[in-house]
Design a protein around this ligand. Sequence first.
Ligand code: 5GP
Ligand code: MG
Length: 175
Amino acid sequence: MNLDVSKVLIPEAEIKAMVSDMAAKINKDYEGEELLVVGVLTGSFVFLADLVRELKMPVTVDFIQVSSYSGTTSTGVLSVKKDLSSNIAGRNVLIVEDIIDTGYTLSCLKEMLLTRNPKTLKICSAFDKKERRTCEMNADYEGIVIPNEFIVGYGLDYDGCYRNLKDVCIAKLLG
Ligand code: 5GP
Ligand code: MG
């Protein structure tokens, strides 16, 4: 593959520190509550696996797979490729995303899940390209803010590959 992924942007140790800081905040906020953790497939699976193992409240896990089309209107079109298996009504839901870029996917997803009447709905993301935001979307638990580079590793892919890298690396097309 004509791709260079040799430049490490965020080393494994920095990601681990972010995960435990974030888990500490979540543990504090949901003390005495139950939590349904919703992973957005596929990129979130590594982050979710690390995060849930740091959580102390009773946790259940579910996954959803979506894609969003920005189109020409401001109202989002969200295509659900795999829906949740659980009913979220009346439950504390935490959406776990790998990265927020334009913010479009999460704003559509949040809107859709709110129609299902969760007790609470919050968002956490491992990485955040804040400067790329085109819609109003901020995570309740923010991970590491990164520059406008295409990254792979720690669950994030290029064409399905590199999700297994322990560090987050910058992907550069060669030639
Ligand atoms: P948004 O709707 O916020 O623009 O897009 C978010 C989605 O785009 C992420 O869930 C992720 O799948 C993908 N994405 C955005 N930036 C990157 C990146 O730098 N690397 C990878 N591998 N995926 C990205
Ligand atoms: Mg994604």
